[in-house]
Write a protein that binds this ligand. Sequence first.
Ligand SMILES: Cc1cc2nc3c(=O)[nH]c(=O)nc-3n(C[C@H](O)[C@H](O)[C@H](O)COP(=O)(O)O)c2cc1C
Length: 467
Amino acid sequence: MKICVLVGSPKGEDSVTLQTVLYWEKMFPGHSWEFLQVGRQIKKLEKDFEEAAGKLEAADLLLFCYPVYTFIVPSQLHRFIELMKIQISSGNLHIAGKKAAQITTSKHFYDVTALAFIKENCQDMGLSYLGALSADMEDLLHKKGQKEARQFFRYIMWRAGKGICDPVIKRPAERPFYYVPMPEKKVKWEPVASEKGKKRPENEVVIVTDLSDNPLDPSASRVLSEMIADFRSRYQGPSRVVDLAQYPFKGGCLGCFRCASDGVCIYKDGFDRFLREEIQTAAAIVYAFQIRDHSMGARFKMYDDRQFCNGHRTVTMGMPVGYLVCGNLDEEPNLRMIMEARADVGGNFLAGIAADGKGVCDLAAELTYALRTGISLPKRFYGVGGLKIFRDLIFQMRGLMKEDHRFYKEHKFYDFPQNQPGKIAFMYLAGAMMTNPVMRKKMGGKMTEGMLLPYRKVLEEAQAKRK
Ligand SMILES: Cc1cc2nc3c(=O)[nH]c(=O)nc-3n(C[C@H](O)[C@H](O)[C@H](O)COP(=O)(O)O)c2cc1C
């Protein structure tokens, strides 16, 4: 089979993920392999797509090979997918009907959303999707990981031979783009008392957006601007717009880890400072974007990836966030999950998602409420699970990720269960009592009663406060 590997890592030939593909190349002779360095050479590919188109068209199987970057794929690969779609729509790339599969490596922090993103885009381009291997960075170093890698390759070859692929999710081909603001009332603003020494007003909202033109949807940026204007007219506090289309990014995150110990990015485009001084100083953030390729678009992805200079630190913790979305969000469960999970992991109150004009007024009201009350709710599975992965990772890598380690210690993120010797000893005692038939009989329903004792105390205290 002719396999074209789309190497999405900006590390190019030094990519960890690529090593599994090279392993397959050695283990399964008889296939031809072509490598497209889309992560490393994106700027060149933006200028000239012809050679890449030739390689893609000559292949039977397109193999997406990339690291998970902030819930999805590196911005460079995201951009390449944008380019592929533009080429397809202008009749310069013909790949419909070819087979597609993906291999990614990560620490499994939201690998699921990255996998769904690639699958959705493959299916948009008419590719027959065969499956995904999501491996830990180090899997290939162990016999088990090598076996799984071999099994996966045989599996997709078997699927390809049998003509079995994943069923396509049906979506409407087009949707009309128009914006009709909801006839809602303005929100009454009750000012938040400002704290001394803070540079910006306590209720300032920064609206981060990408207003660049979308060649596949020319009206989208106008619609998005209208949504932003509508939001600003309804939100009674101060607001600012940061248009990422105007920001002079030097490029996407290179995954070089230079920022790991001191938080300073290798690029000299001032983004790390901009982030800290222009975004993180606001009271709340609203992300306004048009749905592009089942995501927020490659430019927004560049902004997300470049935040790696903050490492794994939840630096906007406590800031409410909201979304203004231009596009049919009902069709995008994976994107919705990314938005919800981001807020949950980051410790941000999600004040609302307004899509296609619906809910703009509610978002303004909820942000106002969130800023006035400082509401903060417990994390759910998305946040709890995600932070456990980070906790274990940073603890292991604390020698390198010095800033992260400091932050995790300071914010008590190292909540390892073994740090609770009292609780563990108590459970041993309870376990010993429950395995003894005499004790178990004696205890009867006292176990549940015992568990409720501390809650009773809380209720009694609440009762006492009422008096
Ligand atoms: C900017 C950036 C973002 C990352 N985001 C994630 C992530 O969301 N989830 C995860 O599990 N790992 C994440 N990682 C770790 C990479 O996925 C992991 O190191 C991968 O194996 C690197 O593969 P490569 O050498 O092929 O680039 C991130 C790394 C970088 C540099």
